[in-house]
Design a protein around this ligand. Structure first.
Ligand SMILES: NC(=O)C1=CN([C@@H]2O[C@H](COP(=O)(O)OP(=O)(O)OC[C@H]3O[C@@H](n4cnc5c(N)ncnc54)[C@H](O)[C@@H]3O)[C@@H](O)[C@H]2O)C=CC1
Ligand SMILES: O=C(O)[C@H]1O[C@H](OP(=O)(O)OP(=O)(O)OC[C@H]2O[C@@H](n3ccc(=O)[nH]c3=O)[C@H](O)[C@@H]2O)[C@H](O)[C@@H](O)[C@@H]1O
Length: 446
């Protein structure tokens, strides 16, 4: 099929490359010239495992192209919308201007109309419930035979290719006009034929359900993380160990072990802004009470950052003039994404309180240098920890989780390790002569 993907960021570029991998002819459209130049040359503009190979293969095959010229999307049978929906400045709600602009571009440049063959607009961006119907109404008055479906995306950064090619489920939100809904479904079925044949579960619903599925899923994940972080607060107050607690409750099938990693909390370009936009939308709909718990989820999450700064301050008796090695600055491993990164927020606060920082991150140093050129970004852990008064693991990249406490013990000024993600073995670090501090692991190292 001929497909366009409007917006080629972390979601859109991966979606475009994966659709080309499925055999479709794909054109990615973005307004960012630098990004498009990289993508068109087969160079990944961000860090995402497996994406570079897929991108290069697609571009070489000629099935995958990228452009800033909207006229080139004219003959696509499906236009996927993957533009950003960030939090509005100073407000909880999502900024919908990029989605509205994308729809305007599609309406203006789609060639449909002459032969009456319908063109499907498929929304992937995460949007406030009610958006799909609003956009469908707008497409309806365009005079071109558009169909609209909402097809939310559930990929995780770091696993984006795997999640797109082997999704846990595919969701279609279709028009209440049954004939048009069925036409849209046929086009999506053709697009995802291979994934469906491989057994990906398909959930078909109306627009609001599909929009709500997406924010419900992210709200549930955020709630699970804040739940375990609330337990971490209780552990800190009582001497309990939240990692043992999570292990024990996780054995219960009804609870499950995933997303129970307590630490400095969740961040990124999605979970935080999605729960806030969901609350804002509930307020507009007059059902804000249904989601007041999300306010608490957000508050617990933000307290984790305060806790990490306080822990560092307590551990090394003040921050002014102290040298801290920060291991990991992205919001999670296997990405270079710094959007709402708890690690970066904590680093900023340590800096504001007079600490000197050496930050090492396997993927994000160039992005960090652009944003905070004053931060030192040595290339290796050994350089970062040299002379440090504390070492803080803030993002659980594998190389930090596997760090040998013996090998760096001799390099630091004070052997203080702060495990912001509870990924290190306290006993191992203790036995190697370190003072270990976790997030809700009590005062004991056992
Ligand atoms: N990043 C992720 O893992 C996931 C993101 N989402 C959702 O997908 C959407 C996109 O997220 P990301 O890819 O992370 O954002 P991003 O910021 O990485 O990418 C958005 C892209 O859209 C481009 N853009 C903006 N306006 C445009 C226009 N009028 N025409 C063409 N391109 C335009 C931007 O230049 C940018 O490259 C958001 O709604 C997000 O919530 C959903 C699931 C996963
Ligand atoms: O809508 C989105 O953009 C995506 O948001 C999340 O994906 P992502 O933001 O890539 O990352 P997650 O793996 O969910 O992690 C989010 C944050 O929670 C933190 N986290 C995760 C798990 C955990 O147990 N504890 C914890 O603190 C991570 O470190 C990270 O900061 C969802 O997992 C995806 O399904 C969704 O598509």
């Amino acid at each position: 099929m001929r497909i366009s993907v409007i917006g080629c960021g972390y979601l859109g570029a991966v979606h475009a490359a994966c659709m080309a991998e499925l055999g479709h002819e794909v054109i990615g459209l973005d307004v960012d010239e630098r990004k498009v130049a990289d993508l068109a040359a087969g160079v990944a503009p961000f860090h995402e495992p497996r994406f570079p190979e897929l991108l290069a293969r697609g571009v070489e095959s000629g099935r995958l192209t990228f452009t800033t010229d909207p006229s080139l999307i004219a003959d696509a049978q499906i236009h996927f919308i993957g533009v950003g929906t960030p939090q509005q400045q100073g407000r909880l709600g999502a900024d919908m201007s990029y989605v509205d602009q994308a729809i305007a571009t599609i309406i203006e440049h789609t060639a449909a109309g002459e032969d009456g063959v319908p063109v499907l607009v498929a929304g992937k961006s995460t949007v406030p419930v009610g958006t799909a119907q609003r956009l469908a109404d707008r497409l309806d008055v365009s005079g071109k035979p558009f169909l609209l479906a909402w097809n939310p995306e559930f990929l995780r950064e770091g696993y984006a290719v795997k999640d797109t090619l082997h999704p846990d489920r595919i969701v279609y939100g279709l028009s209440d006009d049954v004939a048009r809904g069925e036409q849209a479904k046929l086009l999506l079925d053709e697009c995802y034929a291979k994934l469906l044949a491989e057994g990906a579960p398909l959930v078909v619903s109306n627009y609001p359900t599909a929009e709500l599925v997406k924010v419900a899923a992210n709200s549930f994940l955020a709630t699970k993380i804040s739940f375990i972080n609330a337990m971490a607060e209780l552990c800190d107050a009582t001497g309990g160990d939240v990692t043992r607690l999570a292990e024990a409750i996780g054995y219960d099938d009804r609870i499950g072990p995933k997303f129970l990693q307590a630490g400095i909390g969740f961040g990124g370009g999605c979970l935080p802004k999605d729960i806030r936009a969901f609350m804002a939308r509930a307020g507009e709909l007059g059902v804000d009470e249904a989601l007041t718990f999300l306010r608490e989820v957000d508050a617990i999450n933000l307290r984790r950052r305060d806790r990490a700064v306080a822990l560092a301050e307590e551990a090394i008796c003040g921050l002014e003039g102290k040298r801290i090695a920060v291991l990991g600055i992205t919001f999670k491993p296997d990405t270079d994404d710094l959007r709402d990164s708890p690690a970066l927020d904590i680093a900023n606060r340590l800096w504001d309180r007079g600490a000197r920082l050496a930050i090492v991150d396997p993927a994000a140093a160039p992005r960090l240098n652009e944003r905070r050129p004053e931060f030192e970004t040595p290339a290796t852990v050994e350089e970062a920890v040299a002379g440090a008064d504390a070492v803080m693991v803030l993002t659980p990249w594998k190389e930090f989780v596997d760090l040998d406490p013996e090998s760096i013990r001799g390099l630091v000024n004070q052997p203080v390790i702060i495990d912001g993600r509870n990924v290190l073995d306290p006993r191992r670090w203790h036995d190697a002569g370190w003072r270990y501090f976790g997030m809700g692991r009590g005062v004991s190292v056992w």
